[in-house]
Design a protein around this ligand. Structure first.
Ligand code: BES
Ligand code: ZN
Ligand code: ZN
Length: 490
């Protein structure tokens, strides 16, 4: 979505003018007298109360007024905050899309100075359309509903506001790209494709990037990752990407994503219903790519490293079987008690390597790790597990600020004990149906040592059936905005 900012230039001849209205709006912006009069009269529009999400289309019969005016309710002015600005902006865009004009003009809502970035995020994320693979009439229709260009009228005084608005749209563009990646069919977003995507982001932003492929990973002794990869003919890769701006600390914040291209469960095959959407299982890795689309552009001053392993989890004559034992990169052995608990397997090697390569200030992993976390928290919250109170608090705070929410769940020595094996050092699942999210986290904890670490289980919020106002059904792009906020707060 292209953004144009215009200072006080409302002419009354706009094709579609979106007017955000609070319940108690007054207008200071210069505008044609007819438009001002119409807005003053709006109290007479009985049904329109300007509550959030409400919209009303007016078709004024006057050449001094815009052809179409879309009044959009923003609720009470005193209740404006980042979340409401983001939500209202998305709802306004969604209402405008229905008119199929591909472009819109909009008056900047009042009192927006502090919430301009969130507002921009809402505009961009609200414009997202997941239907990228339709043809014919559907495709034409989708193209018509996309808003390609939005012109925003404002008083031109606040330079910071304009910059924040642009940041918001940049952020939304990255989130939407992550959504596209997560929604993409597994035959398209292959291991190679994902690595290439990371390379492209690195090239565009001047990041350091390293991609290690299957042969080398095998030689290096990444037995847990290679075990998962045995059922796949597509190879495996470990991708590392690094943003180290001038003057930033030596120790990076490391973000490790789960990058399972498709999770069939392996020989512990998922039942059909549970297997649908398992192309979402690389959402953690995708959020790392999305974050790196922004670090340079938004001049984030922190040293940040992203790392993710990529593989499919499939069935094949050569695939690993329950009761196999693998030797992880750390040297610890793991009994494969369930081939469907593959996320923790690829993550443990990813994390061990990250700890060896960097000495992280913080290590955060992000993974669609357990159905159990969804059972516990649903779609709104990611599960937050951490061995470091300060890190957990910082993440929770960033979660509230970005509206990418996190809820703390426990680690406990008893859960850790459950992950011990009778025949190997560890096993990757136990046989009880309870506390599955905590046990997944406890397994990963065996590999993090004393590093301040947090594990985000995003099985719920990565992909949703009940979208928020600025989301659509399916992939959400969860994590990008959370991490950005976290890093900006450091
Ligand atoms: N990718 C799944 C978890 C998942 C489930 C993500 C639903 C998103 C939605 C993961 O690899 C998995 O299969 N976990 C198992 C772990 C169990 C075998 C210990 C699970 O949750 O059942
Ligand atoms: Zn699985
Ligand atoms: Zn999985």
């Amino acid at each position: 979505m292209e953004l144009k900012l215009e200072k006080n230039k409302i002419t009354g001849r706009e094709k579609l003018l979106i007017i955000p209205l609070f319940k108690d709006s007054d207008f200071t912006l210069k505008m044609p007298a007819e438009l001002h009069a119409l807005l003053k009269k709006r109290q007479q529009l009985k049904d329109f109360t300007a509550s959030q999400g409400q919209s009303l289309l007016l078709l004024p019969d006057s050449d001094k007024l815009p052809a179409k005016i879309l009044l959009c309710g923003f609720g009470k002015k005193e209740q404006l905050n980042d979340t409401s600005a983001r939500n209202s902006a998305a709802l306004a865009v969604k209402a405008a899309k229905k008119l199929k004009l591909q472009q819109a003009e909009m008056i900047l809502p009042e009192n927006l100075a502090k919430h301009a970035q969130a507002f921009g995020e809402g505009l961009g994320m609200g414009n997202y359309n997941p239907a990228k693979y339709q043809t014919g009439k559907n495709k034409q229709n989708n193209e018509k509903t996309d808003i390609k260009k939005i012109t925003i009228f404002y008083d031109g005084k606040d330079k910071k506001l304009a910059a924040a608005l642009r940041d918001g749209l940049e952020i939304a563009a990255a989130v939407n790209e992550v959504r596209d990646l997560v929604n993409a069919p597994p035959a398209l977003k292959t291991v190679n494709y994902m690595a290439e995507k990371a390379r492209e982001v690195a090239r565009q932003n001047g990041y350091k990037i390293t991609v290690i492929d299957k042969k080398k990973l095998e030689q290096m002794g990444m037995g847990a990752l290679m075990g998962v990869n045995r059922g796949s003919t597509a190879g495996a890769k470990l991708v590392m990407i690094e943003h180290s701006p001038w003057g930033s600390s030596k120790k990076p914040v490391v973000i490790a994503g789960k990058g399972i291209i498709f999770d069939s469960g392996g020989y512990n095959l998922k039942p059909s219903a549970a297997m649908s959407n398992m192309n979402l299982d690389m959402a953690g890795a995708a959020s790392v790519i999305g974050l790196f689309m922004l670090l340079k552009k938004l001049k984030v001053k922190q040293h940040v490293a992203g790392i993710f392993a990529l593989t499919e989890n499939l069935i094949d004559a050569n695939a690993q079987k329950p009761s196999d034992i693998v030797t992880t990169y750390s040297g610890k052995t793991v009994e494969i008690s369930n081939t469907d608990a593959e996320g923790r397997l690829i993550l443990c090697d990813t994390i061990s390597y990250a700890l060896k390569k960097w000495e992280p200030r913080y290590l955060i992993d992000i993974a669609t790790l357990t159905g159990a976390c969804m059972v516990a928290l649903g779609e709104r919250y990611a599960g937050l597990f951490s061995n470091d109170k300060e890190l957990a608090a910082k993440l929770e705070k960033a979660g509230k600020e970005s509206d990418e929410l996190l809820w703390p769940l426990p680690l406990h020595p008893d859960y850790s004990a459950k992950m011990k094996s009778k025949i190997a050092d560890l096993r990757n699942s136990d046989d009880s149906p309870y506390a599955g999210a905590s046990k997944g986290a406890a397994f990963i904890q065996y590999f993090v040592g004393k590093t301040p670490w947090a594990h985000l289980d995003i099985a719920g919020p990565a992909h949703v059936k009940e979208p928020k106002k600025y989301e659509n059904e399916m992939a959400t792009g969860y994590g990008v905005r959370l991490f950005l906020q976290f890093l900006r707060n450091l």
